[in-house]
Structure formats: structure tokens, C-alpha cells
Design a binder for this molecule. Structure first.
Ligand SMILES: [Zn+2]
Length: 125
């Protein structure tokens, strides 16, 4: 953190996940209900988020609403916690092996130079 009075380093690694409605009423772009906001209201609402804050969010996604009946539906094929845990443990193990000689052990610790080295995208990606 840098301010006029100086600079501080905190020992923390943060992943910020944030969400907001697309407009004050929450239905802009929704196919099930019409948005009742004016263009001015939407602009004013979105302007509450400052540019510097938005610049620090790396990924912005529009996520369509999920109907309540789908949220409540039973998902017979849903993966259980034990299976998910096994996948996470396997992924962490792959990362630990991949970065063994780099002195760190997770994807979250990659610096930009290492992202270029390990995360190259082919044409399909
Ligand atoms: Zn609206």
C-alpha cells in the first residue's frame, strides 16, 4: 500500500471475488423480467465503482441469473466432497512438482514472468 506518507508491505495474499447487480433494480439484461431503470440511473449506479478499483479486478464476467427452481433442484450427478477434495489434492500435488525448482508451490504464487513461462496458450485456447 502506498500513500503520501510512505509505503507499507503487508504479509497477505488476497483473492477478491466481488459481485454487483447490473443496475439498481437488478434486472438489466434479464430475460425473465424487464429492467425498470433509466439510462441515467444505470450510469449513476455503475459510476459508484471507481475506475482505479475496477482496474484492479482482473476478470469481469456477466453472470446470468439462475432461476430459484434450478437452485433448489436435486442434482443426482453432482460430485461429492470427497471426489472434489481428491481432485484438489491431485492438482496441488501437480503444482508442487511443477514448481519444485522455482521455490514456490502453487499457481497463485506465479509472477508475470512465470505466467508467461508456464501458461502459454495455443491457438485452440
Ligand atoms: Zn434495472
Amino acid at each position: 500500500m502506498t500513500r503520501a506518507s510512505g509505503s507499507l508491505k503487508y504479509p497477505a495474499r488476497v483473492m477478491l471475488v466481488a459481485a454487483m447487480n447490473p443496475c439498481p433494480c437488478g434486472y438489466y439484461g434479464d430475460r425473465s423480467r424487464p429492467c425498470v431503470c433509466t439510462v441515467t440511473q444505470i450510469r449513476r449506479y455503475r459510476a459508484k465503482l471507481s475506475g482505479p478499483l475496477l482496474d484492479r479486478l482482473d476478470i469481469h464476467l456477466d453472470v446470468p441469473p439462475v432461476p430459484v427452481r434450478e437452485l433448489r433442484a436435486e442434482l443426482p450427478s453432482a460430485e461429492g466432497s470427497a471426489a472434489i477434495r481428491a481432485r484438489v489434492v491431485a492438482a496441488r500435488d501437480r503444482q508442487r512438482r511443477r514448481y519444485r525448482s522455482d521455490g514456490f508451490y502453487t499457481n497463485a504464487q506465479l509472477k508475470p514472468r512465470q505466467v508467461k513461462r508456464y501458461c502459454g496458450l495455443d491457438q485452440h485456447a
